[in-house]
Design a protein around this ligand. Structure first.
Ligand SMILES: Cc1cc2nc3c(=O)[nH]c(=O)nc-3n(C[C@H](O)[C@H](O)[C@H](O)COP(=O)(O)OP(=O)(O)OC[C@H]3O[C@@H](n4cnc5c(N)ncnc54)[C@H](O)[C@@H]3O)c2cc1C
Length: 602
C-alpha cells in the first residue's frame, strides 16, 4: 500500500458540509461561544453547495398576507408527512420558524417584499389555514425564485464575520471513532494537493446533504451523493426511512431541471394531453397545490391512461400563460429563463413540458431532537453516538416523515443548523485535550481509500454509477411492487460484485483525480441504494412518497414506525424499526400538542 502523508488538525467543532445547514451551524457555534474553534470542510466551494439551487422559498407562519399560526403549519407538516414525522421535532421547527426568518432578514437576506414593505409570502403545496379547514395558506417567504442562492450567500457572508476555518475542496472519506465508539473526527482527502488530513474534533456535525444522485432523473446536483450517510453505514450505524424518495411533479421534460412549485403557488396549472386540468380528479380541493407525492402519482396515472402530452404522450404541461407578465417577471424570472434556454419555451404564451423527477431524499441519519446521531442496538434500544450530530438533508430528524412539504427543507436547515451549532458549542469543555487515536484505528479507513484508488478492473466508476441510477429509477420509482423491489435488490447485488471485483480507476495520481472522486461517490451511492431498496421492500404499505401497488393503503396498525437499515461492507442489509414520536408540546407554554393519524385527503 502507498504510504500517505497524514496532516492532523485539531478543532472543538468540525462541520462536514458547507451548504445551508453546515453554514448555519458554523455561525451558531461561533456566536454561542466565541472562544471555541470551528472548522467547516466542503468538497466544493461552499457557495456551490446544492442549497444554491433552491428556488421557491422557505416556510414560516408570519401571517403577512392572511392570518396564520405555527400550529396550522405544524398540522400541515404532519399531514404532509403522512403521520411518519416526529411531532416534537416538527413542533420545534414550526414554532421557531418566524424567529429564524427574522434572523435571516437581519443577516441581510433580501426577501421579496409586498406593497406594504413586509416579507412577501406565496402559496405552496399542502399548506392550509385552520388545520386544513380554512383554505390555502400563504407561508413561503422567497427571494423571487432564487431563494436558495440568496440564502446560501447570506449565510456564507454571515459566517465570514466569525472565525470559522474553511477547508474547501477536501473530500471527507470516513468518520474516526475511538475504541469506545465515540466519534473523534473525520479523515479527508485534499483534492488539490492529494494529501490526507485527519480532522480531530470534540463534536462532529454531518451536513453533507441528500443522495438524489442515486436516480437517473433528478433535480439534485451531481455532488448530491449522500457521502455523510455512507460514512454512517461504514461505521456500522444505520440509516432511517430511506425508502421515502420525493419525486417533484415538475421536472423539465428531458433534462429534469426543476421548475419550482412556486410557479403553481403563483397560479400556474397542470394540463393533460386533452387540455384538461386533471388534478380536479385526484385532489379536488387543493388541485395543483396538493402535496407532491399526490400530484406526482396523479401525473403518472394520466400518462399511463394515455392522456400524456406530446407525440409520445409521455409528459404533461405546466401552463403559466394566463399569469400576468408582471407576476412572471417579478416572481418567476429564473423559470422564464430555464424554460427558454433548456426547452425553447416562451412561458408568456406556451406551456412547459414537465414530468415527475427525483428531488429530495426524506431518509438519512437518524437523530434525536438535539440532532445527536442515534443507533438501534441488537435489543432494539436506542443509543446516542457521542460526539456526532447530523443536520440538513443528510439527517432524518424526522420533520418530513414520508413526504416533505415544499419550503420546509430550507427551514429545517436553518432551525436545526442553529440548534445543533449551539448544542455542540455548549458541550465543549475549554482546553479539553483530544484523545490519542492509535494508527490501527485509522488504518482500515486509509486502506479502503487506497483499495479504491488502485482498483484495476475493467469497469470505469461512471459506468457503475449510471447502472446504479438506472436500477433505482426502474425498480424503486413512484409506483413499487414486491417483484420490482425484489429484482432491484438482486440487481444491486450484481453492482456490489462489480464494485468489488471489476472497478477500474484509470487515473493513478492523487491530485484532482476525478475518476477516484467518482469511485468514492459511487461506492457511497451503492450503500445508500441498498438501504433504500431493502427498506422499500420491507415496508408493506403505502405512505407518503412510498406507494406499493400490492399494498395500496396506509397501515397504521402494522407499519407506523421508522424504517432503520444497516448495510455492511458486502452489501448485506439488516432491517429493524424505531417508534415514531407522536407527541409534542408548545415550547413557550409547555402545553401538549399533537395530531393523531387521520385520513389524508387534499
Ligand atoms: C433544485 C432544488 C430546489 C430546491 N428548492 C427548495 C426550496 O425552494 N425550498 C426548500 O425548502 N427546499 C428546496 N430544496 C431542498 C433543499 O434545497 C435541500 O434539501 C437543502 O438545500 C440541502 O441543504 P444541506 O445543507 O443539507 O446540503 P447541501 O446544500 O446539499 O450541501 C452539502 C454540503 O456538503 C458538502 N459535502 C458533501 N459531501 C462531502 C464530502 N464527501 N466531503 C466534504 N464535503 C462534502 C458539499 O460540498 C456541500 O457543501 C431544493 C432542492 C433542489 C435540489
Amino acid at each position: 500500500m502507498t504510504t500517505y502523508k497524514l496532516i492532523t488538525h485539531y478543532h472543538d467543532v468540525l462541520i462536514v458540509g458547507g451548504g445551508g445547514a453546515g453554514l448555519r451551524a458554523a455561525a451558531a457555534a461561533c456566536e454561542r461561544d466565541p472562544d471555541i474553534t470551528v472548522a467547516c470542510v466542503s468538497k466544493v466551494p461552499v457557495t456551490r453547495s446544492h442549497t444554491v439551487a433552491a428556488q421557491g422559498g422557505i416556510n414560516a407562519a408570519l401571517g403577512n398576507r392572511i392570518p396564520d399560526d405555527w400550529r396550522w403549519h405544524m398540522y400541515d407538516t404532519i399531514r404532509g408527512s403522512d403521520w411518519l414525522g416526529d411531532q416534537d421535532a416538527i413542533a420545534f421547527m414550526c414554532e421557531k420558524a418566524p424567529e429564524a426568518i427574522a434572523e435571516l432578514e437581519h443577516m441581510g437576506m433580501p426577501f421579496t417584499r409586498d406593497d406594504s414593505g413586509q416579507i412577501y409570502q406565496r402559496a405552496y403545496g399542502g399548506q392550509s389555514s385552520d388545520y386544513g379547514k380554512g383554505g390555502t395558506a400563504y407561508r413561503a417567504c422567497a427571494v423571487a425564485d432564487r431563494t436558495g442562492h440568496s440564502l446560501l450567500h447570506t449565510l456564507y457572508t454571515h459566517s465570514m464575520r466569525h472565525d470559522v476555518e474553511f477547508f474547501i475542496e477536501y473530500m471527507a472519506l470516513d468518520l474516526i471513532f475511538d475504541d469506545e465508539n465515540i466519534c473523534r473526527g473525520m479523515l479527508a482527502w485534499e483534492l488539490e494537493t492529494g494529501e490526507l488530513h485527519c480532522f480531530r474534533a470534540h463534536q462532529t456535525i454531518i451536513a453533507t446533504g441528500g443522495f438524489g444522485q442515486a436516480y437517473a432523473s433528478t433535480t439534485a446536483s451531481s455532488i448530491c451523493t449522500g457521502d455523510g450517510n455512507a460514512m454512517i453505514l461504514r461505521a456500522g450505524l444505520p440509516l432511517q426511512d430511506m425508502e421515502f424518495i420525493q419525486f417533484h411533479p415538475t421536472g423539465l421534460y428531458n433534462s429534469g431541471i426543476l421548475i419550482t412549485e412556486g410557479a403553481r403557488g403563483e397560479g400556474a396549472f397542470l394540463l393533460n394531453g386533452d387540455g384538461e386540468r386533471f388534478m380536479s380528479t385526484y385532489a379536488p380541493s387543493s388541485m395543483e397545490l396538493a402535496s407532491r407525492d399526490v400530484i406526482s402519482r396523479s401525473m403518472i396515472q394520466e400518462i399511463m391512461a394515455g392522456r400524456g402530452c406530446g407525440p409520445k404522450k409521455d409528459h404533461l404541461y405546466l401552463s403559466l400563460a394566463h399569469l400576468s407578465r408582471d407576476v412572471i417577471d417579478s416572481k418567476l424570472p429564473s423559470i422564464k429563463d430555464i424554460a427558454q434556454t433548456f426547452a425553447q419555451v416562451d412561458i408568456y404564451t406556451q406551456p412547459i413540458p414537465v414530468v415527475p423527477t427525483v428531488h429530495y431524499t426524506m431518509g438519512g441519519i437518524p437523530t434525536n431532537m438535539q440532532s445527536q446521531v442515534v443507533t438501534i442496538d441488537s435489543k432494539g434500544s436506542e443509543r446516542i453516538i457521542e460526539g456526532l450530530l447530523a443536520i440538513g438533508e443528510a439527517s432524518c430528524t424526522s420533520v418530513h416523515g414520508a413526504n416533505r412539504l415544499g419550503c420546509n427543507g430550507l427551514l429545517e436547515l436553518i432551525v436545526f443548523g442553529k440548534a445543533a451549532g449551539e448544542f455542540a458549542a455548549d458541550s465543549i469543555v475549554h482546553g479539553a485535550s483530544h484523545k490519542v487515536i492509535s494508527s490501527e484505528l485509522l488504518e482500515p479507513l486509509i486502506t479502503r481509500f487506497d483499495d479504491l484508488r488502485t482498483a484495476r478492473g475493467n469497469m470505469r466508476p461512471n459506468k457503475i454509477r449510471k447502472s446504479l441510477q438506472n436500477v433505482m429509477q426502474a425498480n424503486a420509482s413512484i409506483f413499487r411492487t414486491n417483484d420490482l423491489l425484489f429484482n432491484g435488490q438482486k440487481e444491486l447485488r450484481t453492482l456490489w460484485g462489480m464494485m468489488q471485483h471489476e472497478l477500474h480507476v484509470a487515473d493513478t495520481s492523487l491530485i484532482w483525480n476525478n475518476d477516484l472522486i467518482e469511485a468514492l461517490e459511487t461506492d457511497n451511492l451503492l450503500r445508500q441504494a441498498s438501504s433504500a431498496m431493502t427498506s422499500a421492500y420491507e415496508r408493506c404499505e403505502s405512505r407518503g412518497a412510498h406507494w406499493r401497488q400490492d399494498f395500496p393503503t396506509r397501515d397504521d396498525a402494522g407499519c407506523l414506525a421508522h424504517s432503520v437499515c444497516f448495510v455492511d461492507d458486502h452489501g448485506n442489509t439488516r432491517f429493524t424499526i424505531r417508534p415514531v414520536r407522536l407527541h409534542a408540546e408548545d415550547m413557550l407554554t409547555r402545553t401538549p400538542i399533537s395530531f393523531p393519524p387521520e385520513e389524508r385527503a387534499y
